[in-house]
Design a protein around this ligand. Structure first.
Ligand SMILES: NC(=O)c1ccc[n+]([C@@H]2O[C@H](COP(=O)([O-])OP(=O)(O)OC[C@H]3O[C@@H](n4cnc5c(N)ncnc54)[C@H](O)[C@@H]3O)[C@@H](O)[C@H]2O)c1
Length: 349
């Protein structure tokens, strides 16, 4: 449990007083659809700031965030409950998110859907409920982009495996932090997903985006790579160990599903967004070959508390499975903007 400072307790009270001017606290809450979350904001630059601040709080241990618990009605799907208390953002709440990889093909529905509840820190009453797919699509690439900046700021090439919701946003975010990028390689098992990515980002990303013919091509050509494809317990080993080399930085969002397990096990340094989360996933059977030795948490790198890359010849893997301090900080920012702009619907409790 984290004990708030006097300054933080004062900020909770101030925020509580502000909320009373916008909502009939305890009797109503703000409902925000996905479109309303998008309309409220924040934009990419603001998201990078919000996520950086939440990650630094995480690195400094100024938070409360139990590792996500889940239910699994089928072997290939999960629901995760993700509560967090982030005093530095005056925020607390919980995300309830589903990941059903079968959805796009079988049901014409997104793989990732869910809801987030925000609560008043002072009284605990719910103050907002919002769709959480957009904030998840925004905060996840922000973590990758910030970690890439910390671990490999002079990268010239970036490779993205998976060109869905996350893949598209990863390309939009990575150009904000890796300022020396010259080429972006993308790969998806469906060529139309690569075309859609290019079409979606064409007005925002000036760097050439190359549709790779194979996973091997991306793995061999890129300094920094990320993957956002699907998550299963048994690694698919689609990226072979012999295709990666010293000096690269690998930032999976999908645990070790996409990568040969030896890559992370033999990397010079293995970082994770949350040790607790990774140990929990390992307990659930997601690292059948063993959880690699963890050097530090991503938040500790961003807070400057631990060293990241210590040489140009290190192979680094930084696995960010998603932590709710970022969701709750993002939810707070969305809610604040919505309250300010009068966006959303007030619902009776
Ligand atoms: N780490 C996090 O914080 C976080 C957050 C959200 C989602 N995720 C994970 O990211 C992944 C992608 O999520 P999304 O919402 O972008 O899903 P999505 O369905 O929109 O995109 C997934 C893409 O991966 C592609 N793909 C699937 N198998 C592939 C393969 N073998 N080779 C190449 N491409 C392949 C699909 O064709 C699709 O375009 C999921 O595993 C999800 O659980 C992680």
């Amino acid at each position: 449990m984290y004990a708030a400072t006097k300054q933080q307790l004062d900020s909770f009270e101030r925020y509580h007083e502000y909320l009373k001017t916008r909502l009939d606290l305890g009797r109503e809450l703000l409902w925000l659809t996905k479109d309303e979350c998008i309309e409220a904001g924040p934009d990419i630059e603001e998201t990078l700031e919000i996520v950086k601040s939440a990650m630094i709080s995480h690195g400094k241990k100024e938070y409360e965030m139990p590792a996500k618990i889940g239910i699994h009605p089928y072997g290939d799907v999960f629901f995760h409950a993700m509560p967090a208390y982030v005093p530095t953002s005056t925020a607390c709440g919980a995300k309830w998110i589903e990941c059903f990889p079968r959805n796009p093909k079988q049901y014409n529905l997104p793989q990732t859907t869910g809801l987030q509840i925000m609560n008043d820190v002072v009284t605990g009453v719910p103050i907002a409920v919002m769709d959480c797919t957009w904030l998840t699509a925004m905060r996840t690439p922000a973590v990758t982009a910030l970690a890439a900046e910390a671990l490999h700021p002079h990268a010239k090439t970036f490779g993205m495996f998976g060109c869905g919701v996350q893949g598209i946003n990863h390309v939009r975010y990575i150009v904000k932090t890796l300022k020396e990028l010259e080429q972006i390689y993308i790969y998806d098992k469906f060529p139309e997903c690569m075309d859609r990515l290019i079409e979606t980002v064409k007005d925002e990303v000036e760097i050439p985006i190359i549709k790779a013919d194979s996973i091997e091509e991306v793995a061999k050509r890129c300094d920094v790579m990320s993957s956002a494809t699907f998550i299963v317990r048994e690694p698919m080993s689609l990226v072979k160990k012999e295709w990666v080399r010293k000096g690269q930085t690998i930032l999976p969002c999908d645990l070790n599903t996409f990568w040969a397990p030896e890559i992370a096990l033999e990397a010079d340094q293995y970082f994770v967004d949350s040790i607790d989360e990774h140990e929990l996933f390992a307990d659930m059977g997601y690292f059948p070959d063993g959880l690699p030795k963890i050097a530090a948490e991503t938040g500790e790198l961003l807070a400057g508390l631990k060293q990241g890359r210590s040489g140009a010849d290190e192979l680094i893997v930084c696995s960010n499975i998603g932590i709710s301090v970022n969701d709750i900080a993002m939810g707070k920012a969305i809610m604040d903007k919505a309250l300010e702009k009068g966006i959303g619907t007030k619902l009776k409790l």
